[in-house]
Structures are given as structure tokens and as C-alpha cells.
Ligand binder design. Structure first.
Ligand code: PLP
Length: 393
């Protein structure tokens, strides 16, 4: 099919919920993708941080295809050795005690929200069910995770949302204090607000939130759907902050390209969710878990993580030396580039025309390259970006 054919068929058959770049991708290897006409693109987006090992990594393909040929799915009515192996590796690598597997970031957050409410209902009362989230956050598209999302634009048209959420200023501990009441059971945050424009929270702020939560026995939930699995140079971003949440959620990069979500909890929360209280037909699917095992094995290696940090610093340095760059934010290989003038959306569209896939978030250009990207691939992509930014002068 040609691009025009794909575009026409999509318009005829798919709900128009996505603003797509004008390209149809057909195959990929490493950090390079190819469109229907065979044109090559360097990928600085990795499917929004999903393809953590790049396109069609040999080890990942082997793990997934071998599992697909052996056993593609079993119900959670039965013990699942692949799911169990992933759980053990993920708990060990993340520093958490127990995990629940779903299929997406939003679902992982739903699990964390349910668990926090149950913990508080068991220990205090069902009235203690409110969750404080931060303005400019993003937690997903389900009706409850939309309610958790502190951006009015996402709420439009879909009211009433799940009740019991309050929003605080992400840069003011006073605001968090004011949002907390005797009905609050949890505070939920992203260490780096990804969709919100790659905005890292202040370390001091996060420490103060942790202390406040400890004082009141309020659970701290970190949505690590975007920041997790090596993205920021630590296996999970809480390790960069030195602040350990009671619950973390993970998704995007965890499966290396297959749908998975995970909610991880600390020791004291391990028995909160009992039999029959939560579930997912597809959650912990063997093929998906086989891919995730490969990702966790590779990414949790300290040498791999140190390379992520080095590549991140390389990218940051190169970006800061480019024309029209006002600021570079983020950690590891999760970077946001604020421009001096011109729109990030236009710049991204022009990059795509010139063979570089790059993302935006709010007003910034956003880079989430595959963690395995090579220096040659980075240089090739940066050259395209530089040319585009020069043209905007
Ligand atoms: C992408 C994202 C989600 C939603 O994940 P889905 O897999 O699309 O449901 C939730 N939280 C954060 C921080 C995200 O970046």
C-alpha cells in the first residue's frame, strides 16, 4: 500500500482520535524505521518510550517468537511460569515486594488507585478515599485516570468523571498541604511530568511530600509509566530522587513493544488486594511477559543504565549547542527541548519530512529514543534536527 492508500483507508475506517504525522511506517531495526516507500527515519520517539530496546531487537524477537510458538495465552485461573519469572525479576530490580499485571499505563494506575482506597478503607474508613494529584499531570484516558489527570482540557466532554480527586500545584508543598484533608488516602505524582511538557519535580518538593505522607499515613503513588524501566538512567526514577513511593506504576517501556502495565507495591501493601478484588483477562500474558523479561534482564544491568545516562548527557550537550534552543529539561533519555521561537509542533513535522521521528509535549520537542540507540544513530538524527532548527532562525 502507498501512503495515500493507507491514509484514505484509515479515514474511512478508524475513529479520528489521533493527530498523525504524515507518514506510514512499515518496518524497523534498531533506531531506524522505514515507511511504505522504503524511506528511512531515525527514531527519537520509540513509539512514545515503548520500544526500549529499539525496533525488532534480536534477543527480544527471539524471546517473543519462541513463547508465541510454545503457549500464547492462558487464563489467570492457572499458574503461569512466564508471568511468575517476570514478577520475580521485576520486584527484585525495582525494589518492590509485589506486582499486579495489566495491559497499559492507565490500567496500572487504576490498580494503584483501587489499592490505595482499599488500604485506607481497611485501616480507617471508606470515607477516606480521596487522592491528591498534581496540576499539569497525566495519568491516562480511562474515566478514573482522566479524573486523576490534572489538566482540564482532557476532562472536557466526558463529565461526570470519578469523584474523589483534588489537584495541587506541582511546585508548592503548601498547595499539597492545603489539598490534603482527613479523607485523603493517597498522593499521586509523576517525578517528571511527561505529557505535561517534560517538567521534572523539584527533589526538595518530593521529599516534603514523602514526609507529609509519612506523617499522615497517606500512600505515595508514583506514576512511572513514562519515567520507568531505565528511561531516566535509573531503573525507576524514584532511585534518582532518593524518595521511595509506596506504589509505583509502570507500562510504556516495560514490554519492549507489547502491551503491559504493572502496579508494584511495597511490603506493607502486599496483602491489601485479596482474591477476586482485581483482575485482567490479558494481564500477565505469556508472550508479553517473555518480551518484558528480556527488557528487564537487559535494562536493569548497571552497565546498561550507566550507558543510558552517558547517552542522555551526550544528547543534552548536543541539543544545548543548537540554534533556537532555549532550554533542555529532563533526565537520562527523557528530554524536553524548549525553543526560543517557532512552534515545536511545526518543528517536529518538519523533522519527520526530513527523516527524523521526534515527539512534542505541550510547547517542547520531546526525545524518548530507544535506550539502545547508537552514537551514530544519535548523530544522524541530531543532524536533521539541527538543520530544521537552523531553518527556523
Ligand atoms: C502514557 C502515560 C499514561 C497512560 O498510559 P496508557 O498505556 O496509554 O494507558 C499514564 N501515565 C503516564 C505518566 C504516561 O506517560
Amino acid at each position: 500500500m502507498t501512503f495515500e492508500q493507507v491514509k484514505k483507508m484509515e479515514q474511512e475506517n478508524i475513529m479520528p482520535t489521533y493527530g498523525r504525522f504524515q507518514v506510514a511506517l512499515e518496518k524497523g531495526k534498531g533506531a531506524a524505521a522505514y515507511d511504505c516507500a522504503g524511506k528511512k527515519y531515525i527514531d527519537f520517539g520509540s513509539g512514545i518510550g515503548v520500544n526500549s530496546l529499539g525496533y525488532c531487537d534480536d534477543g527480544w524477537v527471539k524471546a517473543v517468537t519462541e513463547q508465541a510458538a510454545k503457549l500464547q495465552h492462558i487464563s489467570n485461573l492457572y499458574y503461569n511460569p512466564v508471568q511468575t519469572e517476570l514478577a520475580e525479576k521485576l520486584c527484585r530490580a525495582s525494589g518492590y515486594s509485589k506486582v499486579f499485571f495489566g495491559n497499559s499505563g492507565a490500567e496500572a494506575n487504576e490498580c494503584a488507585i483501587k489499592l490505595a482506597r482499599k488500604y485506607s478503607a481497611d485501616k480507617y474508613s471508606e470515607e477516606r478515599s480521596e487522592i491528591v494529584t498534581l496540576q499539569n499531570s497525566f495519568h491516562g484516558r480511562t474515566v478514573t485516570t482522566l479524573a486523576a489527570t490534572g489538566q482540564d482540557a482532557f476532562h472536557q466532554y466526558f463529565l461526570p468523571l470519578t469523584s474523589g480527586f483534588a489537584y495541587a500545584d506541582a511546585h508548592s508543598i503548601e498547595s499539597v498541604k492545603n489539598a490534603i484533608t482527613d479523607k485523603t488516602c493517597a498522593v499521586m505524582l509523576e517525578f517528571i511530568q511527561g505529557e505535561g511538557g517534560v517538567v521534572p519535580l523539584d527533589v526538595e518538593f518530593v521529599k516534603q511530600v514523602r514526609a507529609l505522607c509519612n506523617e499522615k499515613d497517606i500512600l505515595l503513588i508514583a506514576d512511572e509509566v513514562q519515567t520507568g524501566v531505565g528511561r531516566t538512567g535509573a531503573f525507576y526514577c524514584w532511585q534518582n530522587y532518593g524518595v521511595k513511593p509506596d506504589l509505583i506504576t509502570s507500562a510504556k517501556g516495560l514490554g519492549g513493544g507489547l502491551p503491559i502495565g504493572a502496579c508494584l507495591c511495597s511490603e506493607k501493601l502486599g496483602a491489601v488486594m485479596g482474591s477476586g478484588m482485581h483482575g485482567s483477562t490479558f494481564g500477565g500474558n505469556p508472550v508479553v511477559c517473555a518480551g518484558a523479561i528480556e527488557v528487564v534482564d537487559r535494562v536493569s544491568d548497571p552497565a546498561f543504565l550507566s550507558e543510558v545516562r552517558e547517552k542522555g548527557e551526550f544528547l543534552r550537550g548536543e541539543l544545548l549547542s543548537m540554534p533556537n534552543v532555549a532550554d533542555v529539561r529532563g533526565m537520562g533519555m527523557m528530554l524536553g527541548v524548549a525553543l526560543e521561537h517557532g512552534s515545536a509542533k511545526d518543528a517536529a513535522a518538519e523533522c519527520v519530512e526530513n527523516g527524523l521521528l521526534i515527539l512534542t509535549a505541550k510547547t517542547v520537542l520531546r526525545l524518548l529514543p530507544p535506550l539502545t540507540i547508537t552514537y551514530d544513530e544519535m548523530k544522524e538524527g541530531l543532524a536533521v534536527l539541527k538543520k530544521v532548527l537552523e531553518g527556523m532562525k
